[in-house]
Design a protein around this ligand. Structure first.
Ligand SMILES: Nc1ncnc2c1ncn2[C@@H]1O[C@H](COP(=O)(O)OP(=O)(O)O)[C@@H](O)[C@H]1O
Ligand SMILES: [Mg+2]
Length: 1007
């Protein structure tokens, strides 16, 4: 959601938030949401923040919303619009942007793939704005201009230290050497001059690992055919103080470290260098930094030697240079001891070993060197007066000598390179000059060097402003335009103050340097007196009373005059100069300029004079050439890619004077068109203009202005162009937009009608088609549904019929089955029953058989028993006969006695008889004895029946008689029950087949 809002809000400029820096400028943002008193904005880094309505400066011009390749085309040309444009482009890795013909280059701090051979070919012979901004486009344009107009060109590269000036210079040289024809030796030599210059003139600083500590102007000479013929290098203001002092984290010039790392042992011995580590040399150790990241000093030394060879440096010459560098290192380690002679402070060298080395290397007598380092000869009234130095002064004198010596070596090397590169100097050829010079500087403490550098920049600024103004002016003159009223502010006043008008600051410094009693303080007083009341001169406030300031084009810079005079004198002791002059080392003698005689020493040119002279020469050279400007910008102090520090960039934009272009343009008529272009653009403001070829465009333009602009507009009609101010341009644009808008609406209306009609027809046809299809589909689907319904109904009916039929059939079948099953079961039952009956009959038969056999057996047994019993009976009868006979008498008697009584009382009964018998069981003898009654035949038979009657029954007699018979009877009964043949009622009472029927004693027979 928030992303959506970020992409859709209105663009506005917002006042800087919580930033009190003088370089804080409004920033671009999009409105996300507005509430009553505050607005939520989203800046270019997608950061959202609330701001008040007052913080919103204004709506952003359309041209500032994205980014433009040429900032002149920005509708709103301001510091902050320039900044945002640069930032937007930088974030897309587009480091180059134009401002007119000026190129702004932002240091990418990374290798970009935009310098390939393909890129070189692409930019060849193209106009400046044909392709995206590029340093190759500027180089190619300079080359084209040189060839087309046979005129000198110059490319001025400026910017802070580390902004990319030197890299840009190298890129230009490489481009020019590539396009200028075949790669010849001279082109290689020009390219190879760079490593030598950088080794002797570049050093590591906190801002740049390869900072050029001098300014240079390389003039490349081209033949008429456009091939490189030679080159000339001019150097400015080498930073000499670096040789004797480096701040923490910084290094001395690269050459010292490379030399120590790259020289062979014998070479080192020859130079009396015992220690290879830079930390052992005072002049190299002060910064505490000895190596460079990603760089090998030894390899660099080999490269330097190779480049020197390519540039025709003889080995002797190279050796002489290394000897002098070694002498500087030994001089740095030289120790002095303070002494006292006749109450006067004196000094003596406390290090004979180093002194010897220095003397040998410089080709000077040791004692002379010793004296020159510890004494000073001055000229008083034409006489030589020798004075002893104090220890501090001795050190200062040594350092001054070293500085002068190194500077002389550097100057000599540049001269030597020039001798090689610029062999045919007498021939006048067209040149392209490339100026790589330090930009405007404003540090915490600004010294004499800063004054010189800023003076040079003021000159360049004026050159730049004049060029732009001159171009403007030339344009106005060409067009016969009255340009007198255009106000033009240049910095001439500042230039006059510093170095042009009489009693300027430089001349005062010069004067004071030559004045024996002149000090830095007296200089300051003189400056205050001379310029104190000028608006561009600033006196130090109460806290900075020892400072003076100048209101430069890029802001106020406060200078500290301490050391100004000494630096300006730029000389070393006359004693040392004298012994150097007489040195056996010819190279040493040769590198020092032929000085004026000793007594005229005061009239020697000071540094400011020399600098001003070379600057003047440079400005003359530049002025005689057609200039191109490249402004290098350092995006951050930490040398990081993709990091854009806005404050830092604003400061550089101000210091580079980039706003001048916009200012000058706005001072005159910033908008201009050729008549034809103008008419083409605004012809719709007046009706009926025929073909442009057939009409007078100037007249039409006048007519357009007359009808569309208010009375007496501020504009001018030139010969080929019309010149407008912003207001007129805005009015014309507004009117044009209004008419165009109206026309657009009319055209749109017509078009929309036609389009809509077509659309409607198509739509209608489409709708009908769709409807047709839909209706067909609907009918088909309905029919299908109906068809399905019929099918379903038929199916239902058929199903019902079938079900009914089925039920009928089923019921019949079930009935049939039931009957069949009943029949079958009955059949089976009958069969079973018959079988059962048969089985029973058989069983019965079998049992009957058994019974019969048993009966037979029993009969036989009975017969046997009967037989036995008869026998026994007969025996017993016999016995009884005997006993009866014995007792006959007695019984007969008794019986006779009782017979009457007994017969009256008792009817003899079988049961009684039985009981009597039973009772007789216990006391049978008694009973029998007492019952002389007899058992009749019937009773006997009854008894026999009782005993053996069961034999006539159908009872099972197969088993043992007692229990078996019972079991069988029960079984039989069960069967009967099952068979249900016999009414259950009858069976409910168990039949005791063994229950004897009550015996009826028919006859009492006597056994
Ligand atoms: N166009 C570029 N592409 C890649 N790196 C660059 C470019 N310009 C500058 N640099 C980097 O910035 C450093 C400083 O550039 P340099 O030209 O030495 O700055 P200056 O001469 O302005 O002090 C270089 O060493 C290099 O690493
Ligand atoms: Mg540089």
């Amino acid at each position: 959601m928030s992303e959506l809002l970020e992409d859709h809000g209105e663009y506005v400029w917002v006042r800087p938030q919580n930033n009190s820096s003088e370089f804080a400028v409004p920033f671009g943002a999009r409105i996300v949401r507005t509430e009553k008193t505050k607005t939520l904005i989203c800046d270019d880094h997608k950061k959202q923040l609330w701001v008040t309505a007052e913080d919103i400066v204004k709506a952003m011009h359309l041209t500032s919303r994205g980014d433009v390749e040429d900032m002149i085309t920005l509708g709103d040309l301001q510091e902050y619009t320039i900044l945002r444009n640069l930032e937007n482009r930088y974030s897309k890795k587009l480091i180059y942007t134009y401002t007119g013909s000026m190129l702004v280059a932002i240091n990418p701090y990374q290798i970009l793939p935009i310098y390939t051979h393909h890129d070189v070919q692409q930019y060849r012979n193209k106009r400046l704005h044909d392709l995206p901004p590029h340093i190759f486009a500027i180089s190619d344009n300079a080359f084209q201009q040189l060839q087309r107009h046979q005129a000198n060109q110059c490319i001025v590269i400026s910017g802070e230290s580390g902004a990319g000036k030197t890299e840009s210079t190298k890129l230009i040289l490489q481009y020019l050497s590539t396009i200028s024809g075949k790669q010849s030796w001279i082109e290689q030599q020009i390219i190879k001059a760079n490593p030598i210059m950088e080794a002797f003139g570049n050093a590591k600083t906190m801002r740049n690992d390869n900072s050029s500590r001098f300014g240079k102007y390389i003039d490349i000479r081209f033949t008429e055919q456009g091939s490189i013929q030679g080159a000339k290098i001019e150097q400015y203001l080498l930073e000499k103080s670096r040789i004797v002092f480096q701040s923490t984290g910084e290094r001395n010039y690269h050459i010292f470290y490379s030399m120590l790392a790259g020289l062979t042992q014998p070479e080192l011995q020859r130079l009396m260098i015992r220690e290879q580590s830079p930390s052992k040399y005072r002049y190299l150790a002060q910064g505490g930094c000895y190596t460079l990241e990603g760089k090998s000093d030894a390899e660099e030394f080999a490269e330097i030697r190779c480049a020197m060879k390519m540039l025709s440096f003889a080995s002797d010459e190279m050796w002489n240079i290394f000897s002098l560098l070694a002498a500087i290192l030994h001089l740095g380690n030289l120790q002095f001891r303070a002494t006292e002679v006749s109450n006067l402070e004196t000094v003596e060298v406390d290090d004979t070993q180093n002194l010897d080395c220095v003397a040998k290397l410089l080709g000077i007598n040791v004692s002379s060197l010793n004296l020159a380092l510890t004494q000073r000869t001055i000229y008083v009234h034409g006489e030589h007066v020798v004075t002893s130095l104090s220890k501090d002064v001795a050190f200062e004198g040594r350092d001054a000598f070293v500085k002068a010596l190194y500077n002389a070596i550097f100057v000599r090397i540049v001269r030597r390179i020039n001798e090689t590169l610029d062999k045919d100097a007498s021939k006048t050829l067209n040149t392209i000059g490339v100026l790589d010079i330090f930009g405007f500087e404003n540090f915490e403490t600004n010294s004499f060097e800063q004054l010189c550098i800023n003076y040079a920049n003021e000159n360049l600024q004026q050159f730049f402003v004049r060029h732009i103004f001159k171009m403007e002016q030339a344009e106005y003159q060409n067009e016969d335009i009255n340009w007198q009223h255009i106000e033009f502010h240049d910095n001439q006043e500042i230039l006059d103050l510093i170095g042009m008008k009489p009693v300027n600051i430089m001349s005062l410094i010069d004067e004071e340097s030559k004045f024996p009693k002149g000090t830095d303080q007296t200089l300051l007083e003189k400056l205050h007196v001379q310029h104190g009341n000028r608006s561009i001169y600033v006196k130090g406030k109460t806290t900075q009373t020892s400072l003076f300031g100048i209101r430069h084009y890029a802001g106020v810079v406060m200078y500290n005059p301490l050391g100004f005079l000494e630096k300006n004198r730029d000389s070393f002791s006359t004693d040392l100069r004298a012994i150097v002059k007489n040195s056996k080392n010819k190279y040493l003698v040769d590198i020092f300029p032929k000085e004026l005689p000793m007594d005229t020493a005061k009239k020697q040119p000071t540094l400011s004079v020399k600098f001003r002279n070379s600057l003047e020469l440079l400005m003359r050279t530049l002025s005689s050439a057609h200039p191109f400007f490249i402004r290098c910008i350092k995006p951050n102090e930490s040398k990081e890619p993709n990091n854009f520090d806005k404050d830092l960039c604003v400061r550089q934009l101000r210091y580079s004077g980039m706003m001048e272009t916009a200012r000058i343009r706005r001072a005159g008529y910033p908008i201009r068109h050729t008549y034809r272009e103008f008419v083409e653009r605004y012809r719709l403001l007046v009706p009926k203009i025929g073909q442009l070829d057939k009409c007078d465009c100037k007249q039409v333009a006048q007519q357009i202005c007359k009808t569309s602009l208010p009375v007496s507009p501020d504009l001018q009609f030139g010969r080929t162009k019309i010149f407008l101010r912003d207001d007129e341009d805005t009015s014309l644009e507004k009117e044009r937009s209004r008419i165009i808008l109206h026309s657009i609406i009319t055209i749109q209306r017509g078009f929309r009608r036609v389009i809509f009609q077509r659309y409607q027809q198509k739509y209608q046809a489409a709708v009908i088609t769709v409807q047709r299809f839909w209706r067909g589909r609907l009918a088909r689907s309905k029919y299908l549904i109906m068809q399905q319904g019929f099918h379903r109904l038929g199916a239902c009916i058929a199903a019902q019929q079938l079900t009914h039929k089925f039920i009928m059939v089923r019921s019949r079948i079930i009935k049939l089955q039931a009957l069949s099953r009943g029949y079958l079961l009955r059949q089976q039952f009958r069969a079973n029953l018959a079988a059962e009956r048969l089985k029973k009959a058989e069983e019965k038969e079998r049992k009957a058989k058994q019974r019969r056999s048993l009966q037979l057996e029993a009969e036989q047994q009975l017969m046997q028993q009967e037989q036995k019993l008869r026998e026994q009976e007969s025996q017993l009868r016999e016995q009884e006969k005997i006993r009866q006979q014995e007792k006959e008498s007695e019984r007969h008697l008794a019986m006779e006695r009782n017979a009457a009584a007994m017969a009256a009382l008792h009817q003899p009964k079988r049961t009684k008889s039985l009981k009597y018998t039973e009772a007789n069981g216990r006391g049978g003898n008694d009973i029998v004895a007492n019952n002389n009654s007899y058992i009749d035949v019937e009773s006997s038979k009854q008894i026999v029946d009782d005993v053996f009657g069961f034999l006539n029954d159908e009872a099972d007699v197969s088993g043992p008689l007692g229990p078996n018979v019972k079991e069988k009877s029960q079984m039989f009964e069960r069967e009967l029950r099952l068979r249900k043949d016999i009414p259950t009622k009858l069976l409910s009472r168990p039949v005791n087949y063994y229950e004897a029927a009550p015996r009826k004693i028919i006859n009492q027979t006597r056994l």
